[in-house]
Design a protein around this ligand. Structure first.
Ligand code: GUN
Length: 283
């Protein structure tokens, strides 16, 4: 069994982004990212802080908008409208989930698709579907980088995705399909889930349930990617995979923390760089 070092792969991506950013700066262009966070969800605050730090590491310009819990939809929309027009800002990210009284779909639809570095806008989701895209959603793109880092050839392999969210499960399946895997998407209503997951050469767990994937659900020698970020019964950070019991059964596995998490952020940096290049007509 090999543990995939998400921090190392992420650092390599950030290094590459930083080098390209230096090249852009020499041309007078500094990539700029605006991050919006509404309310005081502690997990979201950590994610946003990490995104700001990554911007600094890569040499980006960044703005953070920490809005109070009682922000109205109109106020949030007005901020997005302003950032859409701001030429210093190449990428706009609104951290999800939003407080219940706010409509995340309305915000996503309002972000100019060319600045949508999350790739959540329907225009970008559609572009991913037909394989002709500018931005890939950060977490699935990060997972693809981690799989590539193992040297395992995806083409012709059986891939099973557990979870069907718009942010991870659905685009994840599409990216695996683009790499010529035979893909099955499973979810909470899937019958005989174990029988399906046991067929996976590549298993991606994105369900949000602590230690849900147990050793009996995993094929010997599989590549197991854990997108989960949960707390176990002792309040300790853990993934969707029962790491200690599954690890000896697979060829490669990602840890939590230190697996997919750091990749999501480095892919966001890559998307912001891409956005800056597109908006400045640089190939
Ligand atoms: N909340 C959890 N993951 C994400 C993400 O990738 N992007 C945004 N905007 N919010 C999130």
């Amino acid at each position: 069994m090999n543990i995939i070092d998400g921090k190392a792969v992420s650092a390599a991506v950030k290094e590459q982004v930083k080098n390209e950013c230096d090249g852009l700066k020499a041309k007078g262009i500094t990539p700029g990212l605006a991050v919006i966070i509404v309310g005081d969800d502690p997990a979201s605050q950590v994610y946003v802080r990490n995104k700001e730090r990554a911007c600094e590491e890569c040499g980006f310009y960044s703005e953070k908008y920490a809005l109070p819990e009682n922000t109205t939809q109109e106020e949030l929309n007005a901020l997005v409208d302003r950032l859409n027009k701001d030429s210093r800002i190449n990428g706009i990210l609104c951290q999800l989930p939003l407080p219940k009284h706010l409509d995340d779909k309305e915000v996503i639809n309002r972000i100019d698709p060319i600045k949508d570095v999350d790739a959540f806008h329907p225009v970008n989701v559609g572009a991913i579907m037909i394989g002709d895209y500018s931005f890939l959603p950060c977490t699935p793109a990060g997972v693809m980088e981690l799989i590539k880092s193992t040297g395992v050839d995806i083409s012709g392999k059986k891939a099973v995705v557990i979870g069907r969210s718009n942010i991870v499960g659905k685009p994840m399946a599409m990216l695996l399909l683009h790499s010529n895997a035979t893909v099955e998407i499973t979810h909470s209503k899937t019958a005989d889930l174990k029988e399906v997951t046991k067929t996976a050469d590549i298993l991606v767990a994105a369900i949000g349930k602590a230690k849900f994937v147990t050793a009996d659900m995993v094929k010997e020698g599989a590549v197991v990617i854990d997108v989960g970020m949960n707390r176990d019964e002792n309040g300790k950070l853990c993934g969707d995979v029962d790491f200690e019991n599954v690890k000896d059964k697979c060829s490669f596995i990602t840890p939590v923390p230190g697996g997919v998490g750091p990749m999501t952020i480095s892919m966001l940096m890559r998307n912001t760089l891409t956005a800056a290049k597109i908006q400045n007509d640089i190939k």
